[in-house]
Write a protein that binds this ligand. Sequence first.
Ligand SMILES: Cc1cc2nc3c(=O)[nH]c(=O)nc-3n(C[C@H](O)[C@H](O)[C@H](O)COP(=O)(O)O)c2cc1C
Length: 538
Amino acid sequence: MSATPVETVYAYHQRSKHQLQRYAAGPDGLDWDSQPNPFRQFQGTQKIPLTVHTEHPDRGFAQLGQPNPSPAPLNLDNLGRLLELSLGLSAWKTYGSGEDRWSLRCNPSSGNLHPTEAYLITPALESLPAGVYHYHSYAHELELRCGFASSPMPATGVAIALSSIHWREAWKYGERAFRYCQHDVGHALGALSYAAAVLGWHIAFDDTWADADIASLLGLERAEDFADAEREVPDLLLWINPQPAQAFSVPSPAALLSAADKGSWSGQANRLSETVDTWVAIELVHAAAIKPATPAIEYVPDTWSQALPCSSTARATDLIYQRRSMQACDPRIALPVDAFFRIMDALLPRLEATPWSAWPYPPRLHLLLFIHRVKGLMPGLYALGRHSTGIQQMQTTFDNPKFTWKKPDNCPEHLPLYQYLVGDASNAARLFSCHQDIAANGAFSVGMLVEFDAALEQGAWQYRRLFWEAGLLGQVLYLEAEAAGMQGTGIGCYFDDEVHQLLGIDGMALQSLYHFTVGKGLVDKRLQTLPPYAHLER
Ligand SMILES: Cc1cc2nc3c(=O)[nH]c(=O)nc-3n(C[C@H](O)[C@H](O)[C@H](O)COP(=O)(O)O)c2cc1C
């Protein structure tokens, strides 16, 4: 008897766990000749160059949560800004004589491999015919994949859709790569949310769409256009409303699909690698976690008292561009407790706050915190609940007699933050995060615990959304860390079940899904930084 989709997801999740005795199955060494090109492009398409801006709206990061009285108008220039600030290049790095050279983007990516691709679906705007466009981040340009004969949507908003190329991550990480592709989707969604907030635009994840319909809209099923190239799989579709004070009437999937069906398609996807290996476990979990069309989600969110203020005076765009993953951190530097409480507060799913306004689901992730150096908090293990019964759930699931649950004396009342073990947690954090020093030497590190069984009861396709929510949390941590004068790093490499053993978690009710660390990053002086689009002659 063949496995059900949910059984396939459980099986994948188990086999893709790293364990102290063995890592999840991966390639035997890296085949550098087949390293995938991180830039997809479609040959034979009409290109629409986007302006590379040197100046951006002067919005403070601390002000992003407040409504913007003068949102940027919807036009090609501002759509370019949105993409530039979210998925565009943020810098080039070079090493030594300059032969070693790689680009970084505003969105982070596991191994800097960037499996996420983005598409713009737009009505006719000045200098931009209605259609479906692929965003080519290297050239910062739009590539017209499908020209619509007539606009299927009002000229008051646009959609952005994301897709993934699993091979880009599987080349390096093998079976676990499916997880990393999903995390990257979450980070990309977060990056788009922050960029939209800079422009004063509202962004909403429309999770009613079936994956097959997103694929048809983006032309991902057009075998002839990918004849010699690695395929993309559909992820999600977002609506962007540049006038949040006015309702935006969203066209139906049928209207958009009909426009794409009747539209004029062009373009041939470039090949990314000389050879591609198939990872059967990824093919299976991908097939099992495909999403059907579903009704809109309705849930009553928790109400949280007013958000703790962010003391940063930095411009949001400066933080977006300077965001970097630290590779090493300074163990002498501690984070003040007020800055720590603010970071925790920004992780609470307030519907009015960036990026949570874009996320349509009730929160399923809570935080296990390894506190190392927060001035005003005892080092040890802490937990942050992200809904009203999150802490209770952790208390009943963690089976460890040493744990005593106590709210720190100085903790703001509304913050569901509890300490349950006092002591130096740095060795444990390092060990659990695949022996990485960055998990031990910073101010704090995080294990994200997800309500696994409960989510999968809703369907196997919910699996991917758990990683997306984790990626969103990661994006908040990255930018909030920068705002606090620190840096962050996403940690996809961790020993899943060792974390569960520490906590006394038996079964799959709660599972560790992503790690993260925040600290004062050490600058690698051997590297040089170059501007992101110096290679373009415009
Ligand atoms: C899902 C995910 C997992 C990651 N895992 C690790 C990790 O285990 N160790 C590490 O040093 N960096 C990790 N990173 C950081 C990436 O290597 C980094 O984002 C990438 O090199 C691009 O650099 P940037 O973030 O400075 O733009 C991870 C990033 C993401 C998004």
